[in-house]
Design a protein around this ligand. Structure first.
Ligand SMILES: C[S@@+](CC[C@H](N)C(=O)[O-])C[C@H]1O[C@@H](n2cnc3c(N)ncnc32)[C@H](O)[C@@H]1O
Length: 273
């Protein structure tokens, strides 16, 4: 089901068209993607050479872009969803409309490959991992985050999160969640030594954000434009700082490390020579 009212199967990519207006709302339906993009970008070092290329698989509307500013990468984004790519372009991303399981880019072209909140949406995630590793040059860096294939993950990320205004209903198909050990093994098969750590939203920020979301949703006659996040922080080229201060009612939650990879986890690994 998408928030536009039509009923779509779980994980149907057309949901991203129905939710196209949500991508750049810091307190909107995709808010958590902004927090995760900031945390993912923190794993990416400044480019080691002029013209270094970062390939952002499943880039969506380019939420990673502002967090890479000043790091010196050309940012190429690959995604199935044209309505999202149009927004990514407006934020400086070079768009490639395509499937991450068959990326029309050369072997070894990328200094960094990012796959943020992607693999849990791809029925053949192993194929997407093979493509990510193929694109990396020797010594290149893979950074990703995804949801683990555990009962706890299905409970928190689907059954609970979809009842709260944290993730859009039906956006995940829990059958596609990615077993952490299988992911590490698959990356190793393709020459990438992936290290994992569990992550979660920091509690004080998350609770404050949930309260703001629920208040905005419950206000009589509230429309999407009434929300506290419809601000200059949404404009193309806005900096993370713009967005942080744009959320007038409170600070943006941060993603913090946690001891367990059982729900949400980040991976970082270098491709062997
Ligand atoms: C949850 S969003 C994450 C977007 C972005 N990485 C971020 O973190 O903001 C998942 C994105 O993956 C894209 N996607 C899903 N399956 C895909 C596939 N097989 N090939 C390319 N893009 C895909 C969707 O269109 C959507 O934009």
């Amino acid at each position: 089901m998408s928030d536009a009212g039509r009923t779509l199967p779980r994980n149907d990519p057309r949901q991203y068209d129905d939710l196209a207006g949500e991508w750049w709302r810091p307190d909107g339906a995709f808010a958590m993607l902004h927090w995760l993009a900031e945390a993912r970008a923190a794993l990416v070092p400044p480019a080691s050479r002029p013209g270094a290329l970062l390939v952002d698989l499943g880039c969506g509307a380019g939420l990673l872009a502002p967090h890479l500013a000043g790091k010196g990468y050309r940012h190429v984004g690959v995604d199935l969803t044209r309505s999202a790519l149009e927004q990514a372009v407006a934020h400086g991303v070079t768009a490639v409309n395509g499937d991450v399981t068959a990326v029309p880019l050369a072997d070894g072209c990328a200094d960094v490959v990012a796959a943020g909140e992607l693999l849990e949406h791809v029925p053949d995630w192993r194929r997407a991992v093979a493509e990510a590793c193929r694109l990396l040059r020797p010594g290149g860096l893979l950074v990703l985050d995804t949801l683990n294939d555990t009962a706890l993950s299905r409970l928190l990320a689907v059954r609970i999160a979809e009842r709260l205004p944290t993730v859009p209903r039906g956006i995940h198909d829990p059958r596609l969640f990615v077993d952490a050990r299988a992911l590490v093994a698959e990356c190793a098969r393709h020459g990438v030594d992936l290290r994992l750590r569990g992550v979660r939203p920091g509690m004080p920020g998350l609770v404050g954000w949930l309260v703001r979301r629920m208040r905005a949703a419950g206000r009589p006659g509230a429309t999407p434009d009434d929300r506290p996040d419809a601000t200059p922080g949404d404009r193309p080229g806005a900096t993370p700082g713009d967005r942080r201060t744009a959320t007038a009612a409170g600070p943006t939650p941060r993603i913090v490390p946690t001891w367990s990879t059982a729900v949400l986890y980040q991976g970082r690994g270098t491709r062997s020579g």
